[in-house]
Design a protein around this ligand. Structure first.
Ligand code: ATP
Length: 197
């Protein structure tokens, strides 16, 4: 069983590329979705969040108070790091459990900040999805109805694309969608070969 990390900057098209693998029947583990689930269900993690950020982090009926927590970490890098430092180990434990359950030759682990939070260590191979920065900004402005500045601000928390490319085993340049589909088809075959050897 090999783990294929999938990453890329905001608006590069990770989710779109991931969908192509899902269409081929490949199991996927999406870090962001699973982290949200764990913050709602993992007792140990919930306890740590309450200890660091206060009981207000959860409502009386034990629902994560997202607005409160977002407010706590917004613009406060130290607090954001503290939150990441407790959420990531929980995600990685869960990822290991997911890995054990899989019967396919490989699965995709999607994480927008795979390098930034050192999750690449859990991967056997890494794919980075790329696109020119202006294209990425335009896509996100359109998708999220936000301003260019808001997109650029979000980008500041992510590594430079070139750095990710250097550390990746495979790069999917996602500009023209038809080309992307062909690249994914080829890569899929390659990954099957790699996982059988
Ligand atoms: P984020 O990190 O913000 O979640 P992402 O890397 O997952 O972004 P997607 O959501 O897959 O990116 O793509 C961003 C937007 O660009 C989406 O609206 C998607 O439909 C569109 N898009 C993706 N690839 C292409 C493409 N090759 N041509 C045109 N539009 C594209």
């Amino acid at each position: 069983m090999i783990v294929i990390g999938l990453t890329g900057g905001i608006g590069s098209g990770k989710t779109s590329v991931l969908q192509l693998f899902i269409n081929k029947g490949i199991p996927v583990y999406i870090a962001d979705i699973e982290a949200k689930r764990l913050m709602q269900s993992d007792k140990e993690l919930i306890k740590k969040i309450k200890t660091i950020f206060g009981n207000e982090s959860y409502t009386k009926d034990n629902q994560l108070n997202r607005a409160y927590l977002a407010n706590q970490v917004f613009g406060d890098n130290k607090k954001l790091e503290q939150l990441n430092a407790i959420v990531h180990p929980a995600v990685h434990r869960d990822l290991e459990a997911f890995k054990k359950q899989q019967k396919s030759k490989f699965f995709i682990y999607e994480n927008a900040i795979l390098f930034e939070n050192e999750s690449y260590k859990y991967c056997d191979y890494i794919i980075t999805v790329t696109a020119p920065i202006e294209t990425r900004i335009k896509r996100v402005v359109k998708r999220d109805q936000v301003t260019k500045k808001q997109v650029k601000d979000r980008m500041q928390h992510q590594w430079d694309e070139q750095l990710k490319i250097q550390k990746s085993d495979f790069v999917i340049e996602n500009i023209n969608w038809e080309t992307t589909e062909k690249l994914v088809d080829k890569l899929y075959q390659k990954l099957l070969d790699l996982s059988t050897n």
